[in-house]
Design a protein. Structure first.
Length: 263
């Protein structure tokens, strides 16, 4: 199964500079042309990477590329005022990231657009896994899931709704905490229409597949707390955008708190 790639900004390492950097103008144009033809979502980060809009590449030539403007005139204005813009997209299921120093407000095919100068370098960043955002119990992130429990050997299963704490979340899946005996997850099982409420973002509804179950600790009553590692299945574009915004906001808050603790 091909996973949607979360369009969050990646930190460029020394290894990335050697292995992932593309500096050939022809190769850069080829990658961006394929992204434009596929209509692949692209995130434009501005305001020192603190804000972004979702857009698509409309067209390009050897000098630069035209991309759709956002819905907010205020956001569009801030983008044209930015001196550094980071674009994140994907190419053949690999994350693509590049930086430009300006965005001009222009018209393309009779519609408002941005014109970005052609980047001098581009990174194709293939990570083994998504960034996993660990959550504290106090953050109150919960997943509502319909779980079937057998009523007896000769009766059909009873479906009950369970609200489960989210231990961690990423663009590719979620880790759920549960007590042994309360919920009987089985590796490989699929659960549809699971609801996760993202504070200040909104609710998402996802299908999850149980990929692994790991025991964490045992209480005084002998019951074991476990973590179910779940993968999102066939996640759609709007849900990916909400997840991306939630994770980005949390990363930003964590970085701000870390900086404040050093003062």
């Amino acid at each position: 199964m091909n996973k949607d790639i979360p369009l969050t900004i990646e930190s460029i390492t020394d290894a990335d500079e050697k292995e992932c950097r593309i500096s050939s103008a022809k190769q850069i144009e080829s990658v961006l042309h394929n992204i434009a033809e596929a209509g692949t979502n692209t995130a434009l980060y501005y305001n020192s990477k603190r804000d972004f809009i979702m857009t698509t590449i409309l067209d390009l030539d050897e000098d630069g590329l035209w991309v759709e403007q956002g819905r907010s005139a205020t956001e569009n204005h801030h983008i044209t005022e930015s001196h550094k813009i980071t674009a994140v997209s994907s190419h053949h299921h690999v994350k693509v990231q590049f930086v430009v120093n300006a965005a001009s407000s222009v018209t393309y095919d009779g519609q408002p657009a941005f014109f970005l100068p052609m980047p001098t370098s581009l990174y194709r960043l293939q990570r083994r896994e998504y960034f996993r955002l660990s959550l504290l119990p106090a953050e109150q992130l919960r997943c509502i899931i319909d779980v079937a429990r057998p009523k007896g050997p000769d009766t059909s299963a009873e479906v009950t709704q369970r609200t489960m704490p989210v231990m961690d979340i990423s663009g590719g899946g979620v880790g759920l905490a549960f007590m042994e005996g309360e919920t009987d997850f089985v590796q490989g099982e699929t659960y549809s229409n699971c609801q996760i409420d993202l504070p200040e973002i909104g609710s998402i509804y996802v299908t999850i597949v149980i990929k692994n179950i790991v025991p964490l600790s045992t209480n005084k009553l002998g019951k074991t707390l476990k973590r179910a590692g779940c993968e999102f299945k066939n996640i759609d574009g709007p849900t990916t955008v909400k997840l991306q915004r939630f994770i980005t906001d949390k990363q930003r808050l964590m970085a701000a708190n870390a900086s404040a603790s050093l003062l």
